[in-house]
Design a binder for this molecule. Structure first.
Ligand code: CA
Length: 195
């Protein structure tokens, strides 16, 4: 079924680019330039995932994340924060406040899609979290890779490579895309699952 994404980003050029990229990939996208404009959409119907800019005029992305986590109806809503900052302290703060993942601008289109798919799969539970390619199974929840009946012993980065290849199965990926996935994702994709 179609995945509904709510994007909140005040820079119109970036919003348009994200919207175009996601629509091309088959997502159903609602774009807003402020939290105030996004609120009616959130009340009407919850999206599958929210892509939320950190710095917004009016209510910030961080403030909205806090509000959504405090509300029973939206406490488990998947949120990916977008930011121009690359500071690790900020990343930690965003994740501590309850964001599921984090993307630093400028980000690569393939990385955006891979991260969205990973967050949506995780939020939908186990049935969608295993990607099979021949004998190889990548489990996005337990972050393990099995070949046949054998579980591989992988480092975090080795797992990250397998994860990206599985999420983007059928695509040609370049070196930068691997680096983006491994070093942007790093600490986030390997966080323990929310129960
Ligand atoms: Ca902004």
């Amino acid at each position: 079924s179609t995945i509904n994404v709510l994007v909140v980003e005040d820079e119109e050029a970036i919003l348009t680019l994200i919207q175009f990229t996601l629509e091309q990939a088959g997502f159903n996208v609602t774009g807003c330039t402020s939290v105030e404009a996004a609120k009616p959409h959130l009340l009407e119907k919850l999206p599958d995932v929210v892509l939320l800019d950190w710095m917004l005029p009016g209510t910030s992305g961080i403030q909205l994340t806090k509000q959504l986590r405090q509300d029973q109806r939206t406490k488990d809503l998947p949120i990916i924060l977008l930011t121009a900052r690359s500071d690790d302290v900020d990343k930690e703060m965003g994740l501590n406040l309850g964001a599921d993942d984090y993307l630093t601008k400028p980000f690569d289109k393939a990385e955006l899609l891979a991260r969205l798919q990973a967050v949506v799969r995780r939020s939908k539970g186990h049935s969608n979290s295993i990607i099979r390619t021949g004998d190889v199974e990548v489990n996005l929840d337990t972050q393990t890779v099995t070949v046949g009946t054998k579980t591989l012993h992988l480092t975090g980065k080795e797992y990250g490579i397998m994860e990206l290849l599985s999420l983007r199965k059928g695509s040609t990926l370049n070196k930068d895309q691997f680096l983006n996935h491994l070093y942007q994702a790093n600490s986030f994709l390997h966080l323990p699952m929310k129960s």
